[in-house]
Write a new protein. Sequence first.
Length: 241
Amino acid sequence: MSHQWMTLLLSAIFLVTVDSLDHLPLGDGPGECSKLCNTGVDMNGNKCNTHRCFLETFRDENLSIGSFRPEWVNFRGTRKTWPYILPYMKKMSSARAVYGNWKIEYFGNEGDQVVCEGEEIPFLDVNDELEGVIELHENPPDCNYYLRLTDGNSIVRFRRSNGILNKVSKKYNDWATGVVTFKGYWRVYKNSKWGGDYFDICEGDDVTDINKGLKDDGLMGKISGVQRLSCCGKNNPNRIC
């Protein structure tokens, strides 16, 4: 094997990086920028966020390099079912949105997952089924959603895309006895990794009715998983929005 081919092979094995050349125009109002990434200056010549959009995905739950290769796939723009990296993408189970907001798509009838800038997700909503990623050129509503839970004494606010409480935030596993306030769409699970009974919380729901439903469904003090959704999950088990 030639030296050139060996170099190409090692590059493919140790690190798979996907670049994007797509750009959107600047905003049409004074001082506006239409993207989180890649913009240069706004309408008044002021600097905007010039980071390149960047999403990291990993094979393990620690968002790090382990003993298998390839261990991660990096994205710098929208990419869907690209044959070259698809075998690697299907092995990814965690993600970090370094710059920009992203939508992660999965194979089958599994819905999508929005990951907002700065979020680290040790367990994706669907493991080892990553089909593609979409670089979102705006702040999606999902990134402003929150869920405030209580145990009757203290309050904790959840914002990120999901949380498996008996794995990551262990002190809050089976902790919450009710909802205080919320914005957006959420699903809480009785078991970790999105298993067992679950309860959907949707924009416009009355908090008193939510807490009664949690009690009636046996989830009061038994919540082990939390997911942020892009739309109401009621009568929509696969979160198709």
